[in-house]
Structure formats: structure tokens, C-alpha cells
Ligand binder design. Structure first.
Ligand code: OGA
Ligand code: MN
Length: 302
């Protein structure tokens, strides 16, 4: 079925956060109409995070939808230890990740299950895949099952956070480059060995500007995720303490939006202009299951 021009329901945009985040109604991710993709990109440019409730699509349909925005990341690439358990997952397609603490039989995975341990890194403020040679541009996360308490996702606005920095600090940051590695987040969690969920990466360190310019909007954005280990050319403790300071400033409540999930929600975020993290829930008792796809930040897809 194709929508007849002029009769399609208009897209309704509702801002949810103080400075960013919008809910988009009127788009069916299974059946994009001409202009829908552009509307999503425009909303992501303006709001950083887009919430699309009531999307009943299966994982393969999620791949089709996400592929409209560019090539998809293969999650286990460059993380050999992740590749091992990927083969035993239900969602075998390398373009899909399952973000869950549930087994195939819908039981909570045992404490110490490596698949669960890896996901504790999601509880740290981060943005996806800055430790890979090609970082993520957009992440698509769709909820199938959510706990009744906790398990929200928080987002922080890196445009507003940068703008609010004191002029002296903006000046200090000009030209500084951050060094990104998955190991930085793993070390923070104490997950330094395979038997403690210590996923290590075979990627070399990735160097990225601390203050970047968003290519679509021209706005300056802070890039200080937990995967940023230190600052090039500064003594490690000096760079790392500056990063802690920046991350703390950038994630003050005024820059944060907390998304409480309903099953069927699909949330899309622009990794270039936001940070995010999963909020605590009773993960030994309550199940949470999400399906994730990511568009790579490759120049030709712009
Ligand atoms: C992710 C992520 C947060 C969450 O999927 O990249 O960080 O709330 N998820 O599950
Ligand atoms: Mn993430």
C-alpha cells in the first residue's frame, strides 16, 4: 500500500524535554511515505532524540527501517569476545543487538552471565561506538518488554551543555582531542577480565575532538562519553579529571531528559549531539528486552 499524496496523516511533533527531545506521531516505521525519512532527520537535527510510540515492528522490519538512514553497524565487529556469544543469541543477524537480561525462555539470566555483564556499560553516560573507527550516527532502540519500575533511559543534550559552559572553559577546550576506547568503560566497571564480563576491543584508540561541530546544524557539541579515556597531549590524570568535570557539568538535570518506556516505543537518538545511559532497575528480578540497530556515521550517507 502506498499513501496517496495529500491524504496522509500529518506528522505531529511534540517537544518533551526542556531543551531537546521530541515525540513524533503519524509515522509508521514499517511503511515510510515520501518525506517521512527527511522529517525524522530534521527532528533529530533539531531535537537530538525522537520518540515514536506504538511501533509494532519485528527485528527484520527494524533493520529495513534503519537502513533508510545509511549503512548499519555490525555490533560484534572489533570485539572478538562479543562475537563468541553473538553466535548463541536469538537475534543472529549481526546488524541487530538484543539489549536484555532475559534468556530465550524469558527467564532472568544468571548473575555473572557474560551477556548481562557487558550491558552494565550502558549504565555509564556514553554515546554509541565512539571507540570504533566508524562511530554511530543514529541508534534505534525498540522496547518489547519493560520493567514496571526503573529501567528508563536518560539522555543529555550536548548542544545546550556546551553552550552553557563558561567562556574560559570553552576557550580551554578549543582544539583538544579525546582518546576513546571500549576499555575505558570496562575499566570503570572493574570488568578487566573475561570472567568478569571484561570485553576488550581489538580496535586501536580513536582520537576525536572534545568539542565537535554537528555537520547538519553547525552547532558545537561536547563529546565526553565514558569511553573517552583521556586527552591527547595532557598528562592522563589532568585530562581524565577534566573529562570527569565536563561530564558532570554536561549531565546536570537541566540538560537531561528521562524516557520512561512503554512496550512498542521506538526511540532514535543522534549520537553526535547527545549522551545517554540506562537507569537502574531490579535486574535480578524484572525482565527488560529491547532490540537495537545503529546507523554508522559515514560521510557518504549524509
Ligand atoms: C544502547 C544503550 C540504554 C538502555 O542500547 O546503546 O545504551 O537504556 N541502551 O538500554
Ligand atoms: Mn548506548
Amino acid at each position: 500500500m502506498t499513501a496517496i499524496a495529500g491524504t496522509a496523516a500529518p506528522i505531529k511533533t511534540t517537544q518533551l524535554g526542556t531543551t531537546f527531545v521530541a515525540r513524533l506521531d503519524g509515522i509508521d516505521a514499517r511503511q515510510l511515505r515520501p518525506g517521512d525519512k527527511e522529517a525524522v532527520v530534521a527532528a533529530l537535527d533539531r531535537y537530538g532524540v525522537v520518540v515514536m510510540p506504538g511501533q509494532s515492528l519485528d527485528p527484520i522490519e527494524q533493520i529495513y527501517f534503519s537502513e533508510n538512514f545509511g549503512p548499519l553497524e555490525r555490533s560484534s565487529e572489533g570485539i572478538p569476545s562479543l562475537d563468541q556469544f553473538k553466535r548463541t543469541e536469538r537475534l543472529e543477524d549481526p546488524r541487530l543487538s538484543e539489549i536484555t537480561n532475559l534468556t530465550e525462555e524469558k527467564h532472568v539470566m544468571a548473575t555473572g552471565d557474560a551477556r548481562r555483564l557487558y550491558q552494565y556499560a550502558n549504565r555509564l553516560w556514553h554515546t554509541d561506538s565512539t571507540f570504533r573507527p566508524i562511530r554511530a550516527r543514529y541508534t534505534y532502540l525498540r522496547a518489547n518488554q519493560v520493567p514496571s519500575e526503573g529501567g528508563e533511559t536518560e539522555f543529555a543534550d550536548m548542544v545546550a551543555a556546551y553552550e552553557a559552559l563558561p567562556a574560559s572553559l570553552k576557550h580551554r577546550l578549543a582544539g583538544l582531542q579525546g582518546v576513546h576506547t571500549l576499555n575505558s568503560a570496562m575499566d570503570m566497571l572493574g570488568a578487566t577480565r573475561a570472567d568478569s564480563g571484561g570485553f576488550r576491543t581489538s580496535y586501536p584508540d580513536q582520537v576525536r575532538p572534545i568539542v565537535d561541530v554537528h555537520p547538519n546544524t553547525g552547532r558545537r557539541v561536547l563529546c565526553v562519553p565514558s569511553h573517552c579515556s583521556h586527552i591527547e597531549g595532557l598528562p592522563i590524570p589532568e585530562g581524565r579529571s577534566l573529562l570527569f568535570h565536563l561530564r558532570e557539568l554536561a549531565t546536570q538535570r537541566e540538560f537531561v531528559y528521562r524516557h520512561a518506556w512503554t512496550a512498542g516505543d521506538m526511540v532514535i537518538w543522534d549520537n553526535r549531539s547527545t549522551l545517554h545511559r540506562a537507569v537502574y532497575w531490579e535486574d535480578n528480578n524484572a525482565g527488560r528486552q529491547m532490540v537495537r540497530t545503529l546507523t554508522q556515521d559515514v560521510p557518504e550517507a549524509r
